[in-house]
Design a protein around this ligand. Structure first.
Ligand code: TYD
Ligand code: MG
Length: 453
């Protein structure tokens, strides 16, 4: 017999309590509880994800069977996925509204349907004609790409059973619902259960399933955290609102590295792969300006050259501020402190602005030295040579620490016509570079500033 159980669920993290609370004790968000009803007849409690166990067997005897990945026709997308999409896997793509998630998946769906057979694109947000309008813009013409405007997951599953598509795209997981669950679409219980159903569908039929996920205003994926644990791959699609570049980043990937970065350009005809991102992130400035430095950051297996710009100006009133776009503000404060203590350059009475051109966000410590140089260059109003690339992590003692993949970074710099690389002396050991580029190894911040003169 169906038994109903009422509970309050935090819509941010999925924490449940029998009575509502003002603040979630788990994720500490305010006013996030909503009442949900769980019907205990659903077998969901004891449901696996559709895998039939064959009992324990020695790992050495397990037949691996190289998986055949499907290519999405967009090389940047394939790279972030780890070389294409693995059949039977579920990929969740999150991102701000309007960033281009639907566009990306419609384009990928088009290519997949041309190469592998029927693709079912389930749109819970837009009508079929709206999707068609977008498809026209993107030049999506495949006869085997099917659009379904439906929110009821049981219906969607029925169509999947009938049609047996090779790929399913659900845009978005927040708009689909199961009718036997009383909670509203988008609630924690609905999202969890719907994702569970789609997971089983993917594993049983051995087809890839793409899910679009909304993000909260803090930028995390909306819905229960457990959603991220359930799926095989979590990707974030991001970019600055006013830039045309979009970045696809893997947060979790059971079938590939999470360091890879895909870069796209949003054009009037949809998303285009950016093959030579370094060229794109360097501004096309002719004359030298103080505070501007070219750095190299490893994004996955690919070195990216980009420009760091700093502006140091005396504070007019109030406390000095530092403002950073694309780099962590605390890192800037640390570098300013090192500059003060180890070199004696004090920018303590100035506002410091640091910016990475092109709307990129960089966490790699290999750009430390470049950021520090940009700040000191702006402070002293002495430009850094435009033909120079600066690489290195800065320690609290002012020492320059080694970075990874230094050869690849130097080759990329040489390829783009730079004449000189300043990088950690430690990395000089065993370095083999044939390219025509001057190599300057530095061991501390003081040295590095000297090397610029
Ligand atoms: P969309 O894919 O609808 O975003 P999401 O699904 O993540 O909410 O992308 C919409 C934005 O992309 C919109 O602001 C317009 C822009 N866009 C283009 O610039 N060119 C195009 O060809 C398309 C289809 C959209
Ligand atoms: Mg959309």
């Amino acid at each position: 017999m169906a038994r109903e159980k009422r509970k309050f669920v935090c819509q941010e993290c999925g924490y449940t309590t029998p009575k509502t609370l003002g603040r979630c004790p788990s994720c500490r968000s305010w006013q996030s509880f909503a009442e949900e009803i769980e019907t205990l007849t659903t077998s969901s409690k004891h449901r696996g994800i559709g895998q039939v166990s064959r009992g324990p067997e020695p790992i050495s005897k397990v037949a691996a069977g190289e998986v055949e990945r499907h290519l999405t026709g967009m090389s940047e997308f394939d790279r972030v996925l780890g070389g294409g999409i693995v059949p039977g896997s579920v990929v969740l793509i999150g991102g701000d509204p309007g960033i281009g998630k639907s566009t990306l998946l419609l384009q990928a769906g088009n290519a997949l349907s041309q190469n592998y057979g029927d693709v079912l694109y389930v749109s819970g947000e837009e009508s079929v004609s709206q999707t068609k309008l977008r498809a026209n813009r993107l030049g999506v013409v495949s006869d085997t790409l099917y659009v379904l405007c439906e929110n009821n997951l049981e219906q969607i599953e029925k169509y999947i059973d009938e049609q047996e598509p090779k790929v399913v795209i659900v845009d978005s997981i927040q708009t689909v619902y199961l009718s036997n669950i009383p909670s509203a679409p988008g609630s924690v219980t609905q999202i969890r259960e719907c994702a569970g159903h789609l997971l089983i569908c993917a594993k049983n039929r051995n087809i890839p399933v793409f899910l679009v996920g909304h993000v909260t205003k803090e930028g995390a994926l909306a819905g229960p955290r457990v959603l991220e644990h359930m799926v095989d791959t979590v990707l974030y699609f991001e970019g600055e609102q006013h830039h045309i570049y979009r970045i696809l980043r893997a947060i979790k990937n059971r079938f590939g590295s999470t360091n890879e970065l895909g870069i796209f350009e949003m054009q009037s005809t949809g998303l285009a792969d950016v093959m030579n991102p370094s060229e794109l992130f360097l501004s096309n400035r002719e004359e030298e300006v103080s505070g501007s430095v070219v750095v190299s950051s490893m994004e996955g297996t690919r070195p990216l050259l980009m420009e760091v710009q700093a502006l140091v100006v005396p504070t007019n009133y109030g406390n000095p501020r530092n403002t950073a776009t694309g780099v962590d503000r605390h890192r800037i404060a640390l570098l300013i402190a090192v500059l003060n203590k180890r070199v004696g350059i004090d920018v303590g009475d100035s506002d410091v602005f640091v910016n990475i051109t092109g709307g990129l966000r960089v966490d790699e410590p290999g750009i430390d030295l470049g950021v520090l140089m940009a700040i000191s260059s702006s402070h002293r109003d002495i430009p850094v040579n435009r033909q120079t690339v600066i690489i290195g992590e800065v320690g609290l003692g002012g020492e320059i620490r080694p970075v990874t993949h230094v050869e690849r970074r130097i080759r990329e710099a040489a390829k783009l016509g730079f004449r000189r690389v300043i990088f950690p002396e430690y990395n000089l050991k065993g370095l083999e570079i044939d390219e025509d580029i001057e190599l300057v190894g530095v061991s501390d911040v003081y040295d590095s500033l000297g090397a610029l003169l």
